[in-house]
Write a new protein. Structure first.
Length: 291
């Protein structure tokens, strides 16, 4: 399939990053959200990130303007249905994703491929709620999308080879690397990463170390670029908790039980950078540990 026009549902951090790299690679992109303010903020973020790339000499000003010219925004799913490939990048809640795909179905072209940027939810189960499970798969980008090189491609039980090949070709055009993952809870990256973050929260919960000592230990002792608690704040503690719940429910193993302290932070609305408080308080000039 010759994919030329791509629809991205969700204008948050992941959605605007996906729209950014797709448009930069030459695809026409329709970015959708239910909130005009979110769309305006997304376009502003894309422009800012493109300008940063230009200042570093990675692209030129002509490419910045051309990329922005390939992005349009819409508040209606009908416009998304007219694309060749749809990438859903809404919040990590299965009921929300299912509702989006069900509302989208009446507007789709016969050949449109549906994908989800989910980081943990069953692709087979999401696909079963559509009229095209053979043209449905997981298309999981890493955050921040313009920087990270990996894309996980996840086949559902019904995904056909033509769909996988078409999505793989898109990843190659982006200049990124595709990793093929089986449809098990959290796939590859988060199956390994999230239990490490959860264990770091348990280490804090049990008083083994403070936020600062845990993060410094992993940065200086294991050569991680970010400490696990700093990374959790960057990802979003609500997302971390949602993925741990998927692992715990899907694999029925107590080793994936979310730490009660992680649950407490989410219940408090301390979700990390996006709410200015998580394991660190970001409201001042320098982040300060909250425990």
């Amino acid at each position: 399939m010759d994919i030329q026009k791509i629809g991205v549902i969700g204008a948050g951090q992941m959605g605007n990053g996906i729209a950014h790299v797709m448009a930069l690679a030459g695809y026409n992109v329709v970015l959708n959200d239910i909130n005009q303010q979110a769309l305006d903020a997304a376009v502003s973020a894309i422009q800012k990130n493109l300008t940063r790339q230009a200042s570093k000499g990675k692209i030129d000003q002509i490419e910045v303007e051309a990329t922005l010219g390939r992005i349009s925004t819409s508040l209606t799913l009908a416009d998304i249905g007219k694309t060749d490939l749809v990438i859903e990048a809404a919040t990590e809640r299965e009921t929300v994703k299912q509702a989006i795909f069900e509302d989208l179905l009446p507007h789709l072209l016969p050949h449109t491929i549906l994908t989800s940027n989910t980081s943990s939810i069953s692709i087979t189960r999401l696909a079963s709620r559509t009229d095209r499970p053979e043209r449905f798969m997981g298309f999981h980008f890493m955050n921040p999308v313009p920087v990270m090189q990996l894309v996980e491609l996840i086949r559902g039980i019904a995904t056909d080879e033509a769909t996988f090949s078409a999505c793989h070709a898109v990843v190659e055009k982006l200049g990124k690397t595709a990793a093929s993952a089986e449809d098990f809870p959290a796939f590859i990256v988060n199956r390994i990463l999230m239990p490490m973050i959860n264990e770091a929260v348990y280490t804090l919960y049990e008083g083994v170390g403070s936020v600062k000592s845990i993060d410094e230990s992993m940065k200086l002792g294991a050569n991680h670029p970010m400490g696990p608690l700093e990374l959790a704040d960057f990802i979003g503690l609500d997302t971390c908790l949602a993925i741990m719940n998927v692992l715990h429910d899907g694999l029925a193993d107590t080793k994936y039980r979310p730490c009660p302290l992680l649950t407490k932070y989410v219940e408090a609305g301390w979700l990390g950078r996006k709410t200015q408080r998580g394991f660190y308080d970001y409201r001042g000039e320098t982040p300060v540990p909250t425990r």
